[in-house]
Design a protein around this ligand. Structure first.
Ligand code: GLN
Length: 283
C-alpha cells in the first residue's frame, strides 16, 4: 500500500487537536436525545422526498454498520442503537422523508452491503479510500478518523518506530489492518505481523490477554476502550489521518446527492458538531 502514512505532521496534528478541543468544549452527556432544533428551512431546491428516491425498500433508508464501534455506533442496553453515526443518519433520513433502518452486521459485510443491494448506505466510521471507491461512492466527509496505537502501560513500544518485529492486533477489513499487513516495501509490517479480530473490542481483549503487543485502531473507539479497561494507553504518535464519509453503491448518484444535500445542511447548521460533542465526554 503506497498510502501508508506515518503522520507526524505538526500542522495537521495541531488542527486535529483543535478539532478535538472544540469538540470537547461542548462537554456533552452520553444520553442521546432527539435534537431540539427545528428542521432548517428548505433551500431553494427542496430535498426529494423518500417516495422518489431509489432506496431498496420504499420509504426506508437502510444503513449497514457494525454497531461495536463506540462512540459512532453501539447497541444500547435496551437493544436499540446509538452513537454519532446513528444520530446523524436518523437526521438525514428525517430530512429525506425516510425511516432509518439499521442493519448491524460484521464490518466487512457492512462495507460491501450497498454494492450488493443489501443496504442503501454504509455508515460505520467508514474511511474513504481508493480501494472502496471501486464499488462505492462517498458523501461529503463528516468527521476525521485517526489511526492510533494502543499499548499496555509500561510497554516497550513507545513510538510507532518500535512496531517492527511486534505482533499487531487490528479489526478485520479495516484500514488499520490494511496499513499494518502491507508488505514492508509498502510501509507495512507484513501479514504475519498482524492478527485480524472480528471487532475492536475483541482485539483489545487479546491485547489485555497478552496475545498481541499492540492494537492499531481508530482514535475515538481507542479512547473508549482505554477508558473501559485499566492498564492501557494510546501512543502520542498518530499512525494515519483519514476522512469518514457515508458510502452508497457506485453510480447511485440520485441517493448520494440527496444524502449529501441533507448532510451539508446538518454540517452547516452545526448539528453534526453538536452530535459529536454529545458523545465526547471531557475527562
Ligand atoms: N475507519 C476504519 C475503516 O474504515 C474502521 C472503521 C470501523 O471499524 N468501523 O476501515
Amino acid at each position: 500500500m503506497k498510502h501508508m502514512k506515518k503522520m507526524l505532521c505538526l500542522a495537521l496534528g495541531l488542527t486535529m487537536s483543535l478539532t478535538l478541543l472544540s469538540a470537547c468544549s461542548g462537554g456533552g452527556t452520553a444520553s442521546p436525545s432527539p435534537s431540539a432544533s427545528a428542521p432548517s428551512p428548505s433551500a431553494s431546491a427542496p430535498a426529494p422526498t423518500g417516495a422518489v428516491l431509489p432506496t431498496i425498500e420504499a420509504g426506508k433508508l437502510i444503513m449497514s454498520t457494525n454497531a461495536a464501534f463506540p462512540p459512532y455506533e453501539m447497541v444500547t442496553d435496551a437493544g436499540g442503537f446509538e452513537g454519532i453515526d446513528v444520530e446523524i443518519a436518523t437526521k438525514i433520513a428525517e430530512k429525506l422523508g425516510l425511516e432509518l433502518e439499521i442493519l448491524d452486521i460484521d464490518f466487512t459485510p457492512a462495507v460491501n452491503a450497498p454494492a450488493e443491494g443489501k443496504s442503501d448506505m454504509c455508515m460505520a466510521g467508514l474511511t474513504v479510500n481508493d480501494e472502496r471507491k471501486v464499488n462505492l461512492d462517498f458523501s461529503t466527509t463528516y468527521a476525521t478518523g485517526i489511526q492510533v496505537v494502543i499499548v499496555p502501560e509500561g510497554s516497550e513500544i513507545t513510538t510507532i518506530e518500535d512496531l517492527d518485529g511486534k505482533l499487531i492486533g487490528t479489526q478485520a477489513g479495516t484500514t488499520g489492518y490494511n496499513y499494518c499487513s502491507a508488505s514492508p516495501e509498502d510501509g507495512g509490517y507484513g501479514e504475519d505481523a498482524v492478527i485480524a479480530y472480528d471487532n475492536g473490542a475483541i482485539a483489545v481483549q487479546a491485547l489485555l490477554a497478552g496475545k498481541v503487543d499492540c492494537v492499531v485502531i481508530d482514535n475515538m473507539p481507542a479512547q473508549e476502550y482505554v477508558k473501559a479497561n485499566t492498564g492501557l494507553k494510546i501512543l502520542d504518535t498518530e499512525f494515519a489521518v483519514e476522512d469518514y464519509a457515508i458510502a452508497v453503491k457506485k453510480g447511485n448518484t440520485e441517493l448520494l446527492t440527496a444524502i449529501d444535500g441533507a448532510l451539508d445542511e446538518l454540517i452547516a447548521d452545526g448539528i453534526v458538531q453538536s452530535v459529536v460533542d454529545k458523545y465526547i465526554t471531557a475527562d
